[in-house]
Design a binder for this molecule. Structure first.
Ligand code: NDP
Length: 281
């Protein structure tokens, strides 16, 4: 039977460590503040934003909320970001994505001061990751590295296949695995003989956004399987990109959905908020 990698428990461990660090900073007179900006009231975004605020509260990070109307203009949002960039008492800025269609996401991401970009999406932070310099790392991939390390999974020298090449998951994930000395392959919708490629993996990371797509035919026996997907199956239930029931018997370790990668994303956001203090010294 495969080991179930418990993201909930590992995320709690990290949040407890961060809580101690936040307390130490506060004792030194350094409070940490995250500004959370939401445009519109998309229900899924509201759930994510509330979970992030709850996480802040637990760790002892002050969170400031900015809620802009769905029809707020791009300039209004850029103006707010400019103000938050200038405020010395704001360490991190998070603009909840996706934004309404009339706002250019790329422009907004670029407007955030890279030293306050706790999501790690600014091109300067992405570039820093690419050349191994300090900077913020996108939270979901950073969380996956923590999941692997804290579960005792050896990364160095192993074959890692990442399924998906998005800017927020697949690409930064590949750079992090490379940094950990894995041999990395990135697969995507144009990859030929996909199953042959994924079956090479000692560590398979699925970030495709296709409910239960990964069945045991894609998995080498004894592989570690990380499921990033958050999808709704036909019956409306939350599920990952991996068909858990089918894959679990053939792999050595696997993350469940929910309770795997998801909780790690917020833990790493909180981690980045505390790191922001060092970057801003
Ligand atoms: P994107 O839609 O941006 O990227 C999906 C990637 O999968 C693309 O690179 C695409 O290839 C590839 N792909 C799609 N279909 C196939 C296929 N049939 N075969 C091979 N490759 C395929 O998604 P994200 O990276 O943003 O997210 C992926 C999943 O992770 C989603 O379910 C999302 O909800 C979840 N997610 C979870 C997070 C968490 O905290 N747990 C955080 C972020 C995302 P191509 O580039 O060629 O189109």
């Amino acid at each position: 039977m495969a080991k179930i990698i418990d993201g909930k428990a590992i995320s709690k461990q990290i949040r407890d460590e961060l809580r101690i660090r936040a307390g130490e900073l506060l004792e030194k007179g350094i409070p940490v503040t995250l500004a959370v900006v939401q445009v519109g009231a998309d229900p899924a975004s509201t759930v994510y934003v509330n979970n992030k605020k709850k996480g802040c509260e637990y760790v002892g990070i002050r969170s400031l909320s900015y809620e802009l109307a769905e029809d707020a203009g791009e300039d209004e949002l850029l103006c707010l970001i400019d103000e938050l960039n200038r405020r010395a008492d704001v360490n991190g800025i998070l603009v909840q994505l996706p934004l309404p269609a009339h706002i250019r996401e790329e422009r907004v991401i670029r407007a955030i001061d890279p030293k306050k970009d706790v999501d790690g999406f600014h091109p300067q932070n992405v570039g820093a990751l690419c050349i191994g310099q300090p900077g913020f790392v996108s939270c979901t991939p950073a969380g996956i590295i923590q999941l692997l390390r804290r579960s005792g999974v050896e990364i160095s020298g192993r074959e890692c296949v990442i399924l998906g090449r998005s800017n927020i998951v697949g690409k930064p994930m590949s750079l992090l695995m490379l940094r950990e000395n894995a041999t990395v392959t990135i697969a995507h919708s144009r990859t030929e003989n996909l199953r042959e490629v994924t079956r090479r993996a000692d560590i398979l990371i699925a970030a495709v956004g296709k409910p239960k797509m990964i069945t045991r035919e894609y998995v080498k026996e004894g592989a570690v399987v990380i499921d990033v997907g958050i999808n709704r199956s036909a019956d409306g239930k939350l599920c990952g990109d991996v068909n858990f029931e089918d894959v679990e018997p053939v792999c050595s370790a696997i993350t469940p959905v929910p309770g795997g990668v998801g909780p790690m994303t917020i833990a790493m956001l909180l981690h980045n908020c505390l790191e922001s203090v060092n970057l801003q010294l």
